[in-house]
Design a protein around this ligand. Structure first.
Ligand code: FAD
Length: 460
């Protein structure tokens, strides 16, 4: 820890143990190397770090978990603020609103809401940070019922470049509130968010896995089911080439598998309808072949965070993402040609998340990104075990992109963007201009401009 002048500002420099803590990232393939770093537990520490950046002529960058470290710009010339604001998740059960300090991960929000029968629009992993996920859109396994996760944000507290702590919502600063929600970042350091939760009494959730030899029929059955699936159900289909690691069940590491996971939401204890929806999805899939592993069950919402079996510890990974229109039979065949059995794909996971339902409905009270005009979110990633695999991953991501190009909408959901240099448009040119006007007002010197997602600004 370095003492600056008379005051300990908590700023740490390379070589300090605190620097290593503040710069930890989940994606080990994309380390963060700022000039200086701080783990901010208080608003004052956030302010001090901004002041320090100003006095040293540095940029300010922000992160929490570093899940998206490969999708952020290099941090030369920047102070990195890792947010770990103090305080617990507070639930107002009457209004169904949770106040969440920045740095909180989704697991803690789900846990806080559970005693009230409330669930949060979290993603597939309990370790992902709430703020980064929300500001970038957020695809939830409840998303076809509740929409893009960012639409559930009711208020945002942030410290802007002038050191002011602002609480913005639909009435206090509607333009900034609009821009913060999906506008691409670069407005300041978010210190807390308020999000609306929803009733969730029971869920049917899990994942079923089949040998990839059945992939063609399974994909066909799943895809036809997605065409008019109920909103209460959100699923994803993945082709997985899992390495034989201690955490991986042997049945899944024996060869490539195809999995279908997801969640069927029941807002009441009467699960008759949820059971029928689950059977409509899983019955025809199980009839194709017997799964080698099947964890789908009626359970509590807490289980949804584990159904997808995302890694819980930091790993290096490299991947790509696209939003796709309906792929039809031709697109399904192309998908399996490039990521299926025998494709030589080095991707450990390549999958399609089901969109539609509430994902595709604009929210009249929403922000810059409030819905997705696409049928599937494609994401594929692998682990660059060595330089050869790293090169193979880059080449294969390009191959998949070329194969799926006819169905590529040219848009992305920013929370899924895996790499800085891959195309990642999510706003219209008019929206980019409108968001830039807000940035010019709250950050006139461009202190936070390195934090802006590529293609989300025209002025830098
Ligand atoms: C295992 C895994 C599972 C995932 N599952 C899903 C999923 O189901 N659905 C989905 O949509 N996405 C998913 N993601 C992607 C994830 O949502 C994004 O990587 C998201 O950006 C992570 O947010 P974070 O705060 O944890 O990450 P960070 O890398 O810490 O932050 C990402 C960016 O968010 C901004 N940011 C973070 N905190 C603040 C703050 N306090 N103030 C201002 N800006 C801030 C910054 O611009 C930062 O660069 C997953 C990623 C992984 C690795």
């Amino acid at each position: 820890m370095t003492m600056l002048g008379e005051q300990d500002t908590s700023i740490s420099l390379p070589g300090d143990a605190a620097y290593d803590v503040a710069t930890q990232v989940f994606n080990l393939a994309a380390p963060a190397r700022p000039v200086a770093a701080v783990t901010a537990h208080t608003i004052d520490q956030v302010r001090n770090a901004i002041r320090y950046a100003e006095s040293e002529g540095l940029q300010v960058r922000v992160h929490a978990t570093g899940h998206a470290s490969a999708a952020t710009r290099p941090m030369d010339g920047a102070v990195l603020i890792r947010t770990e604001l103090g305080g617990a998740v507070e639930i107002d059960a009457r209004s169904r609103v949770a106040r969440v300090p920045a740095g909180t991960r989704w697991g803690a929000v789900a846990e806080a809401g559970a005693p009230y029968g409330l669930a949060a629009p979290h993603g597939s992993s309990p370790t992902v940070g709430v703020v980064g996920f929300l500001l970038r859109g957020g695809l939830s396994p409840y998303g076809r019922q509740v929409g893009l996760a960012v639409n559930s944000v009711r208020a945002i507290e942030l410290v802007t470049a002038d050191g002011e702590l602002r609480r913005v919502d639909a009435s206090s600063d509607p333009q900034l509130f609009w821009a913060l929600r999906g506008g691409g970042g670069g407005f300041g350091v978010v210190t807390a968010v308020e999000i609306e939760l929803f009733p969730a009494a029971k869920v049917i959730t899990g994942a079923a896995y089949w040998p990839a030899v059945h992939a063609e029929r399974l994909l066909s059955v799943w895809r036809r089911w997605t065409l008019d699936a109920p909103r209460e159900v959100t699923t994803s289909l993945r082709v997985m080439n899992l390495p034989p690691l201690p955490d991986v069940p042997p049945a899944l590491a024996a060869g490539p598998v195809l999995s279908v996971d997801g969640a069927v939401l029941s807002t009441t204890d009467d699960v008759t309808v949820a059971r029928r929806y689950a059977e409509d999805l899983l019955g025809p899939l199980r009839a194709v072949a017997e799964p080698v592993m099947d964890t789908w069950e009626l359970t509590t919402p807490a289980a949804v965070l584990h159904a997808h079996m995302d890694p819980s510890d930091p790993v290096p990974f490299h991947g790509d993402h696209m939003l796709l229109s309906e792929i039809g039979d031709d697109g399904a065949a192309e998908f399996l040609r490039v990521v299926g059995e025998g494709s030589g794909s080095p991707l450990i996971v390549a999958g399609l998340r089901q969109l539609g339902g509430a994902f595709s409905v604009p929210d009249p009270a929403g922000g810059a990104l409030d819905h997705l005009d696409a049928r599937y979110s494609y994401a594929g990633s692998g682990v660059p075990f060595d330089p050869d695999v790293a090169r193979a991953l880059v080449d294969h991501c390009a191959k998949v992109r070329a194969a799926l190009e006819p169905w590529d909408t040219g848009r992305t959901v920013p929370s899924f963007v895996e790499r800085l240099e891959q195309p990642q448009r999510h706003l219209s040119p008019e929206q980019v201009e409108a968001v830039d006007r807000v940035r010019a007002r709250v950050d006139p010197s461009g202190r936070f401009r390195g934090d802006i997602a590529p293609n989300a600004s025209a002025i830098f």
